[in-house]
Design a protein around this ligand. Structure first.
Ligand SMILES: [Zn+2]
Length: 131
């Protein structure tokens, strides 16, 4: 345990008795708690994400398939085409994007499969109802 005190910056005077905590982070939590507050992490409200809704099964999870046996779930579709992937992340060439639930493959108008992030974004904007 370490000992902490909270100092008012302008006066340099401690505002309370010193108290024990394991580290500075916990000390801040203790300090807040003593005053009836707590820190709660909330998800970032990111308006730049794109929603995928499968036309076949209405599933909202998409995965990215690469050449070879690799597929990664896409956890966040950023409008810039900068996606977040699930735990399995291969580094091969992207072959297709498909519905994680039913395997529906996203295709261009000429029915070739979409293999580019920005095309996925465009496809979702055209084919899925966005918030
Ligand atoms: Zn589906």
């Amino acid at each position: 345990m370490k000992q902490f005190e909270i100092i008012e910056i302008s006066s340099g005077v401690p505002i309370d008795e010193p108290f024990l905590a394991t580290d500075k982070e916990q000390a801040l939590e203790v300090m807040l708690e003593q005053r009836g507050f707590r820190v709660k992490e909330i998800p970032v409200d990111n308006d730049d994400t794109v929603t995928f809704i499968c036309p076949e099964c209405k599933g909202t999870r998409m995965e990215c398939c690469e050449d070879g046996p690799y597929c990664s779930e896409i956890t966040t579709l950023d409008e810039e085409g900068d996606f977040d992937y699930g735990p399995i992340h291969a580094s091969g060439m992207v072959e297709s994007y498909q519905c994680l639930n039913c395997g529906y493959v996203l295709a261009n108008e000429d029915s070739s499969s979409i293999d580019d992030g920005m095309e996925v974004v465009e496809w979702c904007k055209e084919n899925c109802e966005q918030d």
